[in-house]
Design a protein around this ligand. Structure first.
Ligand code: KIV
Length: 258
């Protein structure tokens, strides 16, 4: 098994796993200093491309951005989301995941669970492609955003799903918007690390969409803590730039080639 993957697994029950998303080299370079995992998320569909969901982002888009992210990464584990439709059967999953890994140099792929695609995970793992699972709110398959795992029946189903994903060979699982009690139980019962987003501090690690936590995306559900308000910082800079051009304060001699 890849050493970086082993290192992530070894953190379970020891130290929290830090993860964030990146779509470009400049952000990846900063994240790489602090994060254990950098995810090239298909959330780029909403965040970068302004689409209403993640369904239309293409493998070509994911490859383009992943190539850029890879240039910023030295030590963290790079995981790339497989877009909707690219892993609907064993054959296309294998072909597309191999392509992603070969062209981008990523360490692993993430696939969302539709509650029955466990055989896709085992097929990829058998082909030497490490897989991160994703349960709870799965934007590629769920139409409506909702918290899962609030009832005992749902907790049982989620736990069963997480165990199936583990048994299929995934090295970790994202738990998205799963109620605290359920995410605690899943984290206790599975041997692989759970990475939470809106799923409580019981998870072995946490992930957020970087643009959300930096205050750049305009999408701030309860689970997003804004660590910066970069929208304000950027607007202030652009406003100053505009003003200085109009007042002929920029460029000055310092900015010119003589
Ligand atoms: O696409 C993405 O950014 C994700 C994270 C929210 C886990 O899947």
């Amino acid at each position: 098994m890849n050493k970086k993957i082993q290192k992530i697994i070894s953190k379970k029950n020891r130290v929290k796993i830090v993860c964030l998303t990146a779509y470009s080299k400049s952000i990846a370079k900063i994240l790489d200093k602090y994060c254990d995992i950098v995810l090239v998320g298909d959330s780029m569909a909403n965040v970068l491309y302004g689409l209403t969901n993640t369904h239309k982002i293409s493998l070509t888009n994911m490859i383009q951005h992943s190539k850029s992210v890879k240039l910023g990464i030295k030590k963290s584990l790079m995981v790339v989301d497989m877009p909707k439709g690219t892993y609907s059967n064993k054959k296309n999953a294998k072909k597309n995941a191999r392509l992603l890994k070969k062209i981008t140099g990523c360490d692993a792929v993430k696939i969302e669970s539709n509650k029955k695609n466990f055989n896709i995970i085992s097929e990829l793992v058998r082909s030497n492609i490490p897989v991160m699972g994703h349960i709870g709110y799965t934007p590629q398959f769920n139409k409506k955003f909702r918290i899962e795992g609030s009832s005992n029946i749902e907790i049982k189903k989620l736990l069963k799903e997480a165990i199936e994903i583990q048994n299929a060979g995934a090295f970790s699982i994202v738990l998205e918007c799963i109620a605290s009690k359920a995410s605690k139980l899943i984290t206790q019962k599975v041997k692989i690390p759970t990475i939470g987003i809106g799923s409580s501090s019981y998870c072995d690690g946490q992930i957020l969409v970087t643009d959300d936590m930096l205050g750049l995306s305009g999408f701030y559900p309860k689970f997003v803590k804004k660590y910066a308000q970069l929208n304000r910082v950027i607007e202030k800079a652009i406003k100053k730039y505009t003003k200085e051009i109009k007042l002929k304060k920029f460029p000055t001699n310092k900015n010119l080639f003589q």
